[in-house]
Design a protein around this ligand. Structure first.
Ligand code: HEM
Length: 301
């Protein structure tokens, strides 16, 4: 069995085991490995695994929702850590996400001492939710210098906690001040989230115009890119031809399938009827005919 097939096999088994054995995985698999595994699990699969929790909990007990005038309690970090980690004699089991404190006693299997996600209890580990760094340094509310792309993850977790657990207040820190008011950082984070969403929307729109190519590499055949009417996961009624696409600002060029007839998607129609082939950010692959749907980009050695 090739190395690739073996890895895919291990990955599928991990996902299946993950689904059935849940976050106990975090007890037995070091966080670093889970973090690496996560990179290879499609986002949709990750969402599906985690959404299982949401639907179960919401269905189990229709949670009381905070009303708009409900402010709740203002916690200090020390108080949250000392009294709300769910150990014996503690006042409860809570965690904070983006400064908001939730009572997670209904999820004690995950968060109580010994649970797979107990490291989130008693603190605001917002940064760790998107970096997967489950260390004391990684589990912080400080988002300074965070990769802008990672801000996309916050909305989903926020919705998750809002819909799954009871909101009980805020913790003084990066997001809320000692009067329970949102900080300047809070506002900046909201802006970064909006920017990240806008970027994602633009990327999705761009991928509809220039869908990614299929690609393969083998020692025997070399590297090849080709187009099909669903390459890049973009279902469409045209196939297109492979071109090197390097939009302004992108770090590197990628292979895009380009529509060859009809008006251009961007700019005015000159009546040339050559689809997006006239886009200035495109280059042909060397030694590949202009109208070929498949190009060998590096021949076998
Ligand atoms: C950045 C990485 C990750 C974070 C921050 C994260 C976080 C969480 C949290 C907070 C929960 C508990 C949700 C609740 O309150 O019900 C959870 C549950 C779960 N996680 Fe993760 N997780 C991560 C990666 C993974 C990976 C890589 C896997 C699988 C290989 C996985 C599988 C699961 C499963 C199966 C559950 C339980 C769902 C259920 O029983 O309802 N997680 N995760």
């Amino acid at each position: 069995m090739s190395c690739l097939k073996f890895s895919v096999c291990i990955l599928l088994i991990s996902v299946a085991v993950g689904y059935y054995y849940g976050p106990q995985l975090h007890n037995v698999i070091p966080a670093k490995i889970l973090q690496d595994v996560e990179k290879y699990i499609p986002k949709q699969v990750m969402q599906w695994m985690h959404s299982k929790s949401v639907s179960n909990k919401v269905a189990k007990d229709q949670q009381e929702k905070p009303t708009s005038d409900f402010k709740g309690k203002i916690f200090t970090k020390k108080e949250l850590w000392d009294h709300y980690r769910g150990d014996e004699g503690s006042k409860g089991l809570c965690l904070a996400f983006m400064g908001k404190v939730y009572d997670v006693s209904n999820g004690k299997d995950h968060y109580a001492p010994g649970g797979g996600y107990s490291f989130f209890a008693g603190r605001d580990g917002t940064r760790g939710f998107v970096t997967g760094e489950f260390t004391d340094e990684g589990l912080t509310d400080n988002l300074d210098g965070l990769d802008p792309n990672l801000f996309l993850g916050f909305d989903e977790w926020s919705e998750f906690y809002e819909s799954s657990y009871k909101y009980v207040g805020v913790v003084v820190g990066y997001f809320y001040d000692k009067n329970g008011q949102p900080t300047a950082e809070y506002t900046e984070v909201q802006k970064s989230i909006a920017l990240a969403k806008e970027g994602k929307r633009k990327q999705q729109d761009e991928q509809k115009i220039f869908p990614p190519c299929n690609s393969e590499f083998s020692a025997a055949k070399g590297s090849r890119v080709w187009c099909s009417n669903r390459s890049g996961g973009i279902q469409r009624d045209w196939v297109g031809v492979p071109r090197l696409y390097h939009p302004t600002g992108a770090a590197e060029a990628r292979c895009a399938c380009v529509r060859t007839n009809g008006p251009p998607s961007v700019g005015s129609d000159t009546g040339a009827n050559k689809g997006d082939l006239g886009n200035p950010h495109l280059r042909e692959y060397k030694n590949c005919p202009s109208n070929a749907q498949s190009c060998v980009t590096s021949p076998p050695k």
